[in-house]
Design a protein around this ligand. Sequence first.
Ligand SMILES: [Mg+2]
Length: 189
Amino acid sequence: MNIALDFDGTIADAAGAKIRYAKERWNIELTYATSMRPGALPLMGEERYEQMLRDVFGSPMSVEMEPMPGAVESLRRLASDHDLHIVTARFDHEGEFAMQWLEKHGLSVRSLTATNRGAKVDHCVALNASVLFEDSVGELAHFANQEHTVAMALLETPYNQLEQRAEDWHVVPDWTAFEALVGRLAHTT
Ligand SMILES: [Mg+2]
């Protein structure tokens, strides 16, 4: 089975990296719940938010991100039965740091696609992905009303908890639950 995986916030703890960056650089206290654009803008403004994204994603700081709980172990297990494809909204040069992160953690994937902030749906279809695992509600929303057979799995996080979910999404609390979902999907495809 081809499995498409988001990187930031799903595999690597991008929110944690932003929280550290905002504190060290501007003494701004972000939390997991306020680490994404809607929560962060009132606290730091657009310009600083964009600066933070450029620095956190586009520098070696990216390679220092912590893994999301259980992600590395799950990815190793999944890689033995499936083809793993990273589909990230990062820019190309930022994707290279994601690749370094994966190497650092001893993970190998079939491919890494950087959409350069574009929607992922066409890329997932081109990869013949059976499922996409994501932390972004906005990203999964791009799959609505599109021709595709990609199952959509949302990782529950403090910043997406209050956002509206579509009925056909699989909402999972952690990587263990995602692995169980993959097991169910593999039986039905
Ligand atoms: Mg993400």
